[in-house]
Structures are given as structure tokens and as C-alpha cells.
Design a protein around this ligand. Structure first.
Ligand code: PLP
Length: 463
């Protein structure tokens, strides 16, 4: 077999990719006709593709490269750990320094009494852990019928069968027989599309009270937990009205329901605090982390668990774990990533520098003819595209406008993703004001071009 390198012609790489590589969340035949864009290098907030184009990454990979690309410190720590102890498990009454050190550091960083860490290889795996953990917790408390987990439509909690069931993505449930039993969904706090004539604050309360209604319908004796992202990420950066989270917290407290905060995106500085639950004043019993934990340099996730729940679980053997739970190389990389985030005051940079600068440019897009709503918390933002701003109207064919806009972004060498007709950004947290200006100049050009194309094609009509 020939050696495949960065220096091969793009067309040859694309042909091999199409022949052998199945992509996640992708129609293979469609991609094969078009050819994948091949990324060869990255540094800071910049990607380089196989044609030499320099692309500004408004998505931090998949919401994960918080520290930015190309950090030697992380490469060096990985090399050192691979030489010293590349692998050992934590199953058989053994432990190792990277897992111990990372668990202790996470306990220190996480708010309240979230002091106990169960490692996984990803966010999906960590949420699978959470399903068993909360059900087993109630069983050990003498309430084995408390098994139902309430989640939300259009939530994203991962792609395994368990975590995909927790998620509320209809397209995912449609394939492979999801959801698993005893997972139910309430509506999301998406005021722009679903708020009707209500004020955002009234709508936030109404959506939170769906949780109370669902608990009443099932009986609290059946409900183990409620799981939610502080801000829905993959669902389109849906920022809840301010009234939403305090009401959710009140309901969980009142009915003795465990609260799981899925912080896979909102963790590690994304919202301008270390965790999204600090931004919203939420007190979860369990927190899911992954992505920014290692800035994507190594695959690792974890459940961070409060004293009371961990104590009950610790009473006998928890029949659960992954070969790579606490993998020493991934744990060492994550620990170094957390050290860099702290030492370089990256969370403060988000709060005091990057967010205020981006906010000025982002909210200015509210005047664009295509944009009906702008949202930005820390460095996660979204734009709702609409054919009619005043009516907060949806497009006749959901997703087509978003797809065109994303294509224009690609053509302008900026990565901005679309979720149906919401455009989302989540750049690396180290982005500078100068880079934010470049990002936003390109985003604005892409929106103008998308608008012109939609007008030419007669798409600016409401559903
Ligand atoms: C990405 C994501 C997950 C899944 O993490 P993976 O590492 O892809 O398994 C879970 N929850 C949220 C909120 C996510 O954004």
C-alpha cells in the first residue's frame, strides 16, 4: 500500500476517502460526488486545507478546541506520558497518577460538592454512565421504580444508543429503534420559533412547568432525573429565557428529582465561567463533561458526581466502566489543558475581552435582512434566519436557508455551522479581537451572499 500523506493531490485523497471512510452524520454518496474538504494543519484559530486555503474556525472543531490548535505543551505531555505509562486500567483495585490528579483537579474546579469523578472516553459514554448511575442510585435507596429520565426535544446528549435516547433529536430516534425505555421528552425553551405571543420570560416559565406537569403525570415515585444542557448546543445554541433555569431548579428540588447538567459544550470557559451552571446559578447532582476538557486533543469525558449520590453508589460494586476510563495519556493531556486555561486566564479572556468584542459585532447582525434573532453567551452564539423578521417566521423548507448560508461561509473560508435555519458559532476561546473582526467580516459577507442567492431563487417566503 502506498503511503498516504498531506502532499498527495486533493482529488486522490478525496477518492480514497469516498472509497473507504464512512463519515458521521453524513450521506456518503452525496459527499463522494462532491469530495470532502481535507484539513491538513491547524494553528491557533486557523485551519489549513489541502489546497492551501487558510480558514478561520468559528466552531473550535466540534465545540471542543477551547485552548486553540497547535499547543506544543499538550503534545509534549502526551509524548512523556506515553513513554512513562501509555496505558493501565483502573478496574482491578489499581490507579495511576494522571487519573488521580485529573479527578482531584476536576473536584476542585467543579462547583459545590461535585467531588467525585467517573471517567469515560467521550460525552456519549459519560451520559451512558449517568443513565445507569441515577437509576442504580434510586434502586439502592429502596426506590427501584424511580427509573424515568426526563429530557427535552432537540437536546443533544451524544450518539450512542443510550445517550442518543436521552437526546431529543427526531432524526436520530428514527434510526435503530431509539429511544430506550423510560426516557421521555418535554419541549425546549426555544422562544424564537415556539414562543408565539408570549413574552420570553412567560414562555421560559411555561416551558419549565412542562417538567412539573410531566412529573405529575408519571408520579414523582417514577422519575429518577432530569437532564439538560445549560444552553442547548447542537440544537442550535438555544439560549433559554432568564426565567427558565430558576424554575427548573425549583421543580427538581421540590420533587426529589436528580438534576444532570450536560456541560459537554458549556464547560471549561465557553460561557465566560468555568461551567455553564455557574452562569445560570444551577446546582446539579451530576455534571457531564468532555470536549473542552482536553480541548479535543485526546478523547476523554467524565461524570462529576455530588457527595450524596457518590456515597450511595460506593456502597457496593457499580457494574460499569470502560477500558479507557481515565486513560493515562488522555488524562495527562486534559490536566495540562486545564493548567493552560488557568495559567493563561482564558476564562477571564472570554468574559472580559472576547465576549464583549464579539457581542458588539454579533448583535449588529440583528439589522441584517436575513436575521431575526441574535444570541451570544460567552463565546457560543446563534443567529435565527428568517424570511420575515417581525413575524419570527420560519422558511417554507426548513434547513435550506441555513445550508445555503453555510455553503457561503465555506466559500469565504470561515467555519460557521447551521442547525436547520439557525447559524451557530463557538470559536476557540483564545480568539483575539483582531481575529474576531476577521471572523465577523467573513460571516457578514457570507450572509450578504446567501441573502442575494435566496432572493434570486425566490426563497424569501414564509412557511
Ligand atoms: C458533543 C456532545 C455530547 C457527546 O459527546 P461525544 O464526545 O461526541 O460523545 C454530549 N452532550 C453534549 C451537550 C454535546 O455537545
Amino acid at each position: 500500500m502506498q503511503q498516504i500523506t498531506n502532499h498527495m493531490p486533493t482529488a486522490e485523497l478525496q477518492a480514497l476517502d469516498a472509497a473507504h471512510h464512512m463519515h458521521p452524520f453524513t450521506a456518503g454518496h452525496g459527499l463522494a460526488r462532491k469530495g470532502a474538504r481535507i484539513i491538513t494543519r491547524a494553528d491557533g484559530v486557523w485551519l489549513t486545507d489541502s489546497e492551501g486555503a487558510r480558514i478561520i474556525d468559528g466552531m473550535a472543531g466540534l465545540w471542543c478546541v477551547n485552548i486553540g490548535y497547535g499547543r506544543r505543551e499538550l503534545a509534549e505531555v502526551a509524548a512523556r506520558q506515553m513513554t512513562e505509562l501509555p496505558y493501565y486500567n483502573t478496574f482491578f483495585q489499581t490507579s495511576h497518577v494522571p487519573a488521580i490528579a485529573l479527578a482531584a483537579r476536576l473536584a476542585e474546579l467543579a462547583p459545590g460538592d461535585l467531588n467525585h469523578v467517573f471517567f469515560a472516553g467521550s460525552g456519549s459514554e459519560a451520559n451512558d454512565t449517568n443513565i445507569r448511575l441515577v437509576r442504580h442510585y434510586w434502586a439502592r435507596k429502596g426506590k427501584p421504580e424511580k427509573t424515568v429520565i426526563i429530557s427535552r426535544r432537540n437536546a443533544y446528549h451524544g450518539s450512542s444508543v443510550g445517550s442518543g435516547s436521552l437526546g431529543g433529536m427526531a432524526a436520530m430516534h428514527a434510526q435503530g429503534g431509539l429511544p430506550i425505555p423510560d426516557v421521555v421528552h418535554i419541549d425546549q425553551p426555544n422562544w424564537f420559533l415556539e414562543g408565539g405571543d408570549m413574552s420570553p420570560e412567560d414562555f421560559g416559565i411555561a416551558r419549565a412547568r412542562q417538567l412539573e406537569a410531566k412529573i405529575a403525570e408519571l408520579g414523582a415515585h417514577r422519575v429518577a432525573a432530569f437532564i439538560a444542557e445549560p444552553i442547548q448546543g447542537a440544537g442550535g445554541v438555544i439560549v433559554p429565557p432568564d426565567s427558565y433555569w430558576p424554575e427548573i431548579q425549583r421543580i427538581c428540588d421540590a420533587h426529589d428529582i436528580l438534576l444532570i447538567a450536560d456541560e459537554v459544550i458549556t464547560g471549561f470557559g465557553r460561557t465566560g465561567n468555568w461551567f455553564g451552571c455557574q452562569t445560570y446559578g444551577i446546582r446539579p447532582h451530576v455534571m457531564t463533561v468532555a470536549k473542552g476538557l482536553s480541548s479535543g486533543y485526546a478523547p476523554i469525558g467524565a461524570s462529576i458526581i455530588c457527595d450524596a449520590v457518590a456515597d450511595v453508589i460506593a456502597g457496593d460494586e457499580f457494574n460499569h466502566g470502560y477500558t479507557y476510563s481515565g486513560h493515562p495519556v488522555c488524562a495527562a493531556v486534559a490536566l495540562e489543558n486545564l493548567r493552560l486555561l488557568e495559567e493563561e486566564r482564558v476564562v477571564e479572556h472570554v468574559r472580559d475581552v472576547a465576549h464583549p468584542h464579539l457581542a458588539k459585532r454579533w448583535h449588529a447582525l440583528a439589522d441584517h435582512p436575513l436575521v431575526g434573532e441574535t444570541k451570544l453567551v460567552g463565546l457560543m452564539g446563534s443567529l435565527a434566519l428568517t424570511p420575515d423578521k417581525a413575524a419570527r417566521a420560519a422558511f417554507a423548507e426548513p434547513g435550506a436557508a441555513g445550508f445555503i448560508t453555510r455553503e457561503r461561509c465555506f466559500a469565504n473560508n470561515v467555519i460557521m455551522r447551521h442547525v436547520y435555519d439557525r447559524m451557530v458559532i463557538a470559536p476557540p476561546l483564545v480568539i483575539t479581537p483582531e481575529e474576531i473582526d476577521i471572523l465577523m467580516d467573513r460571516v457578514t459577507t457570507a450572509l450578504d451572499e446567501a441573502h442575494a442567492k435566496m432572493r434570486a431563487e425566490g426563497m424569501l417566503k414564509a412557511a
